[in-house]
Design a protein around this ligand. Structure first.
Ligand code: C2E
Ligand code: CA
Ligand code: CA
Ligand code: CA
Length: 282
């Protein structure tokens, strides 16, 4: 028994080492990916179910791996965070997203009054001392109208210092940008935070959307989120909507804005542009 215990420890060590070197390899590959320009942005349309209009898009990071093709950040975002690579990569995302959107304006496919560009901001990225200046620079360099930019944050940004977070958000709001609270209800959600943060939009997390049509608990959570958004005067958007029944349920609850495979998957810029052209012709 003692022997097998020792073997188990040995096996554990070996697999720990394997995991660590695998991580290191991935980190190096990601560093190279940034230098080689292998990152790309996809855009997922956001729709108003009442009018059928595309009212915005969420920029989503992809890694065009030389052999594996487009990789979702779910696979590597943690490594970007842990290694600090999220800072240069996130900076690239912000400026690239603004540039792409400004291009769509120039082509008259979207306009500032009824379209917003949503960009995911990691807590680390937000906490950088010059984050406000970075946002201002991306807006200035791209020429994107400031009110078109919406930053998607998660509750993770308040872990460190709530007052600093609030102050920084107010500075950004002064610039003209707005905020969406992403993945709401999945973290250490606190109504207290939500009340104090100058957030404009609540995103109803896809985990609740997915199960709301067959799990009464999730249906109840969606109802509660909608009620909360209402009472705080926030707008809301549902993510991960795949089925018509899910959309029907959300609309019954009073949530009309959504994104999800039901309307479209995240698309490369060229395909997103084609979708907008098509939508305009309808
Ligand atoms: P998220 O911000 O919650 O983004 C929504 C995720 O749901 C995206 O995954 C999107 O492709 C996926 N999705 C959209 N519609 C549907 C649907 O109908 N069904 C299902 N099952 N999934 C749907 P993606 O693109 O793989 O991104 C995963 C996560 O990685 C994002 O979750 C976000 O947290 C993070 N991420 C993506 N891009 C960036 C970025 O540029 N910066 C940062 N910091 N994080 C990013
Ligand atoms: Ca998001
Ligand atoms: Ca989300
Ligand atoms: Ca999520």
């Amino acid at each position: 028994a003692k022997d097998s215990g020792r073997n188990a420890i040995q096996l554990f060590r070996t697999s720990m080492q394997a995991a660590a070197s695998e991580r290191l390899r991935l980190e190096n590959e990601l560093r190279q990916a940034l230098l080689r320009g292998e990152f790309e942005l996809f855009f997922q349309p956001q729709v108003d179910a009442r009018s059928g209009q595309v009212i915005g898009a969420e920029a989503l990071l992809r890694w065009q791996h030389p052999t594996l093709g487009a990789q979702s950040p779910a696979l590597f975002i943690q490594v970007l965070e842990d290694s600090g690579l999220i800072l240069p990569v996130g900076g690239w995302v912000l400026s690239e997203a603004c540039r792409a959107c400004e291009q769509l304006i120039a082509e008259q496919l979207v306009d500032g009054d009824d379209f917003s560009l949503c960009v995911n901001i990691s807590p680390q990225q937000f906490r950088q001392s010059n984050f406000v200046e970075q946002v201002a620079a991306s807006l200035r360099d791209s020429g994107l109208p400031r009110a078109m930019l919406k930053l998607e944050i998660t509750e993770g940004i308040v872990i460190h210092n709530l007052d600093d977070t609030i102050a920084k958000m107010h500075r950004l709001k002064k610039l003209g940008v707005s905020f969406a609270m992403d993945d709401f209800g999945t973290g250490y959600s606190s109504l207290t935070y939500l009340k104090r943060l100058p957030v404009d939009v609540l995103k109803i997390d896809q985990s609740f959307v997915r199960d709301a049509t067959h799990d009464p608990n999730d249906a109840e959570i969606v109802r509660a989120i909608v009620a909360m958004a209402r009472s705080l005067g926030l707008s809301m958007i549902a993510e991960g909507v795949e089925q018509q029944e899910q959309l029907d349920f959300l609309q019954q609850q009073g949530c009309h804005l959504y994104q999800g495979y039901l309307y479209s998957r995240p698309l490369p810029l060229a395909e997103f542009r084609a979708l907008l052209v098509h939508a305009k012709q309808r």
